[in-house]
Design a protein around this ligand. Structure first.
Ligand code: ADP
Length: 508
């Protein structure tokens, strides 16, 4: 009985033995709940669905127990139950199950005849009840421990961070779902294997890997009340499919009383986004400083030259120099405006001031302006006749068209035709800018609309740009509930196309 750990089977076994010992017809075990109330948990001789009929027997026994059970009262209650069950019951014997002065429950055995037990019988019965109490206590403890273990496993499994537990040899004993996603291995492939088989570094950015740290004497033996001596390693993890992921792993030792490592708990965090943000920040600083320096250097150079007192400049030179200064100052203004727009966009989203917009007219004006700046490119415009007037923010839509044309020119250094076309259907208007320049690889196409993203090639390094133009353009088009997308074949050019809904628009 005491070796059984499943509470239900323990109770059934106790009840069966008690009924057999006392030749009982019907039996019932009631256990105390957390509030000290007795609840029927197992029956013998009656169906479980009739348990509720025993309710009167269980009333007030909590109080009665301390002062000893009141058999007269129990007999009366038994009669009520017997009537309800339609069984002739003559005697009830109640055996309180007590362990460490705590009453864990009562075994009731009902008989159809009445024989009062002699003191010897009573002693045997009580010793049986004591054993039963131990069995119930053990089973309950086991139940609590298993429930606690399941709770812990659920917490581990639902944690968004990857978690694994290693034994003192570095063997994996636990491995949660999130870690499966991070490492690209299922728990079944990891548990039982060594840590180093699953955690394979392609590159370490910071810290000492676990094996080397252990060899160097990590963790330091510490008094148990001190915070554990944790180890942090950051870098790129190699996954079985050949990809890699940036992670940060914190190892915390669980030390035994003698100071030796019992377990190591590893918390693995995917830090891809953090890395991206870091990278963006450094790109931002280098791009901005480069973009600010160039026009400032030109302005300073030209202004310095004009100011020289030992030289006399003809009107043309002065005019041209002032033109450069003006253009570079405009470039600086545009850059600062873009930066402000980008930071404002992040803080409060985009606000539009809507009005009638004629995209065909806007595009024609842009083409005219840009054509004046380039001789190697031929700008061609073709808009469908009767192009609809749409509702939109004219200033911002002009910025979008300007940005697409300016990019088309910048990124087709050999020149060629740049085509700006407009079409529409019942629901939307489409504007496309096509060039025959360097184009954008499939992989980079996914990133060109991100803040500060610039394709890393020789051309980007020599052309001015901040990687903000397309980010802002996309934000403008999104705010109009439109779409902006790119199609490109590297080396053959690119087409940037936006569509805007015609809702609320009218024909010109
Ligand atoms: P910027 O031109 O200031 O660098 P954008 O946000 O306008 O920033 O563009 C982001 C990047 O996308 C550019 O740096 C360039 O690498 C690429 N790109 C944009 N337009 C084109 C185009 N028409 N052809 C090829 N690459 C382009």
């Amino acid at each position: 009985m005491t070796s059984q750990l499943n509470l239900d089977s323990v109770l059934r076994l106790i009840l069966k033995s008690a009924a057999a010992m006392l030749s009982g017809e019907v039996g019932l075990i009631a256990l105390t709940d957390e509030e000290g109330n007795f609840k029927a948990k197992a029956t013998f001789g009656v169906e479980a669905d009739r348990l509720h009929l025993f309710a009167p027997v269980l009333e007030d026994i909590g109080d009665a127990y301390g002062a000893g059970l009141n058999y007269e009262e129990l007999d009366l209650k038994m009669k009520v139950v017997a009537r309800a069950l339609d069984i002739r019951l003559r005697q009830v014997i109640a055996l309180p199950m007590v362990i460490h002065d705590e009453n864990v429950g009562v075994i009731f055995v009902f008989r159809t005849y009445r024989v009062d037990p002699n003191p010897n019988d009573t002693a045997v019965l009580q010793s049986f009840a004591d054993q039963a109490a131990v069995a119930v206590h053990n089973a309950r403890l086991y139940q609590t421990v298993s429930a606690e273990q399941m709770r812990l496993a659920a917490i581990l499994d639902h944690s968004a961070d990857g978690i694994m537990i290693l034994d003192s040899q570095g063997r994996i004993t636990r491995f949660n779902k999130a870690l499966g996603r991070i490492t690209g291995r299922a728990a079944s492939e990891a548990v039982g294997h060594m840590h180093d088989m699953v955690i394979v570094w392609n590159r370490i950015e910071q810290g000492t890997p676990l094996g080397a740290a252990l060899a160097k004497g990590w963790p330091r033996p510490m008094p148990t009340e001190a915070p554990p001596d944790t180890l942090y390693v950051e870098g790129d993890l190699a996954r079985p499919d050949g990809t890699q992921l940036s992670v940060g792993i914190t190892y915390a030792p669980l030390l035994a009383e003698d100071g030796r490592v019992h377990n190591i708990i590893a918390n693995v965090r995917d830090i891809t986004n953090f890395r991206k943000a870091q990278q963006m920040q450094s790109t931002f600083i280098s791009v901005i400083s480069h973009e600010l320096k160039t026009p400032v250097a030109l302005i300073k150079g030209y202004a310095g030259t004009l100011r020289r007192e030992d030289a006399k400049w003809d009107t043309n030179t002065i005019k041209n120099s002032l033109k450069v200064i003006e253009e570079e100052a405009d470039r600086l203004t545009a850059l600062i405006e873009n930066l402000l727009a980008a930071s404002k966009l992040q803080a409060e989203g985009m606000r539009l001031s809507l009005g009638d917009v004629r995209l065909d007219v806007l595009a024609a004006r842009s083409v005219e302006r840009f054509q004046m700046q380039t001789k190697t490119h031929k700008l061609v415009i073709h808009f469908a006749p009767n192009f609809p007037v749409i509702q939109g923010d004219e200033t911002r839509l002009r910025q979008v068209i300007d940005n697409l044309i300016s990019n088309a020119i910048k990124y087709s250094p050999k020149g060629g035709e740049i085509r700006i076309s407009g079409s529409f259907d019942a629901g939307s208007v489409m504007v496309a800018v096509t060039d025959h320049g360097v184009g954008i690889s499939q992989e980079d196409q996914e990133h060109v609309f991100q803040r500060f993203f610039r394709v890393e090639d020789a051309l980007s390094r020599t052309t001015q740009g901040t990687g903000l133009g397309l980010y802002l353009a996309k934000a403008v088009i999104d705010a109009h509930r439109g779409t902006l997308a790119v199609e490109s074949q590297p080396g053959k050019g690119a087409t940037f196309r936006f569509t805007l809904p015609r809702q609320g628009s009218r024909t010109a």
